[in-house]
Design a protein around this ligand. Structure first.
Ligand code: FES
Length: 196
């Protein structure tokens, strides 16, 4: 359970003027506000009512995009890129290192509830491979020590500790400028705004 109630959910939707074209961005905000990185079924129903879209449309979005969850997760979600360039540059090892640092397998949540570990597709930062995305920030992690630092920084809510791990190489990626990841908020909002 979280502190987020229906009135807070409705306030988030209203901040998007209850515009059905903004449904994905609004649901992302609801998920973030949950504090547990998920969208409760009651909130999905509330969103459908406020935006005047079928509940099935809301569930279609929540189940299609991998960054949504209907089940509670950690306060943050660490998405390890397991796409080609990252796999070739140690993506599997990165998953193992984070798994070791968190004490959970892929799909699990650390005991303190700070992080959930998941695999994901390319986020357009191939030049910094291997990378892990947490929220809107991408990190390059190449050693067990760096994995420990990243996990500890989320456990202790210390953004400064992970600053040096931020991936700043996306500008050199051949893929990012030409083909934005489908998983960025900007890209999926654009898709939602495109008449089907
Ligand atoms: S393959 Fe990992 S960011 Fe592109």
């Amino acid at each position: 359970m979280t502190d987020l109630d229906e009135s807070a959910v409705l306030a988030i939707l209203e901040s998007y003027r209850n515009d059905p074209q903004q449904i994905i961005a609004a649901l992302l905000d609801v998920q973030e506000a949950s504090g547990r990185s998920y969208v409760e079924r009651a909130w999905a129903a509330a969103a459908a009512g406020a935006l005047k879209v079928p509940v099935s449309r809301v569930y279609e979005i929540l189940t299609f995009y991998s960054n949504f969850s209907l089940e509670p997760r950690g306060r943050h979600v660490a998405e390890v890129c397991l796409d080609g360039p990252c796999l070739l540059n140690g993506g599997s090892e990165l998953m193992e290192r984070l798994s070791g640092a968190m004490g959970v397998e892929e799909g699990g949540t650390s005991g303190d509830g700070s992080l959930t570990l998941e695999g994901a597709g390319c986020c357009g930062r191939c030049a910094g491979a291997p990378v892990v995305r947490v929220g809107d920030v991408v990190y390059t992690v190449r050693s067990a020590d760096e994995a420990q630092t990243l996990v500890r920084s989320f456990r202790e809510d210390d953004p400064v500790a992970r600053e040096a791990l931020k991936c700043v190489l996306w500008g050199f990626s051949r893929r990012a400028p030409t083909r934005p990841s489908p998983w960025t908020r900007e890209a999926i909002s654009r898709e939602a705004a495109t008449p089907g």
